[in-house]
Design a protein. Structure first.
Lengths: 107, 144
């Protein structure tokens, strides 16, 4: 197998040529090509776990409610009802979380 | 060692805004950013991002859930501010009442405390008003 050699001057030349091309495209067309690619790569990592992220956020919101330690289940349900009267999907998510919590407690 | 995720976050922090403002990124990207803003109670930023993502059709339900989460957080924070406002109003009233008592006439008035309460009350009311405005905006998005 043929051995491949890495060239430092070649890499530097390539980097400079790339930078030059990016600046030229940005100046001529106004599009930020490299920034856009980096942004999409960065977003891609987060996109894979979006549902887990939404779940985490829902749990955090539920924990962030101002309830006292001695408040019972019914009281918390009433509070959720008051605060989510026009937010049906979120209310459903909260109720599922609450039910899962109660089931886990009984198990 | 600097992780790839951290590096991408730095790059995104420096260069992400121009592309983000075009509204062309995937809806999931905006949902992710909205939830990050919400974690830090940065409601203004969350609403701004939600407006940017309004044109997207895919993942509409996820975006709507994010919108509902912002409204919910607005309500929780508004209640908290309302509680603070009630406490401050009671404190200011008590201070003013105590000032009129005869045995307090020669007592040096705690003007600084009263001014501090009033300033805090003003800030709390502003915050509550701002949250109300955000909530209204988000509700309008539902009917659009």
């Amino acid at each position: 197998m043929k051995e491949q050699k890495l060239s430092l001057p070649g890499a530097l030349f390539g980097a400079l040529a790339g930078l030059g091309a990016d600046i030229a495209i940005r100046e001529l067309t106004g599009f930020e090509v490299v920034n856009g690619i980096l942004e999409i790569i960065g977003a891609g990592f987060g996109l894979l776990r979006i549902d887990k992220r939404i779940y985490d956020s829902t749990v955090r919101l539920l924990k962030g409610m101002d309830v006292q330690p001695d408040n019972d289940y019914q009281h918390i349900l009433r509070r959720i009802d008051e605060l989510t009267f026009d937010l049906p999907e979120l209310r459903e998510s909260f109720l599922k979380l609450m039910q899962a919590g109660v089931r886990a407690k009984h198990a | 060692m600097l992780g790839l995720g951290t590096l991408l976050r730095v790059v995104k922090g420096l260069l992400g805004k121009p592309l983000e403002n075009t509204g062309l990124l995937p809806t999931r990207y905006y949902v992710q950013e909205i939830l990050d803003a919400l974690d830090h109670d940065n409601i203004g930023e969350a609403v701004r991002l939600l407006k940017k993502a309004k044109g997207a059709l895919i993942d509409r339900s996820r975006l709507d859930l994010a919108r509902q989460q912002i409204i919910f957080r607005c309500r929780v924070l508004r209640e908290r501010h309302a509680k603070h406002i009630r406490y401050l109003e009671r404190s200011i009233k008590a201070h003013k009442r105590n000032r009129k008592l005869p045995w307090r006439w020669l007592h040096k008035e705690p003007v600084e405390v009263l001014a501090y309460y009033e300033k805090t009350l003003d800030l709390e009311q502003q915050a509550q008003h701002l949250l109300e405005q955000y909530e209204m905006e988000l509700k309008d998005m539902l009917t659009r």
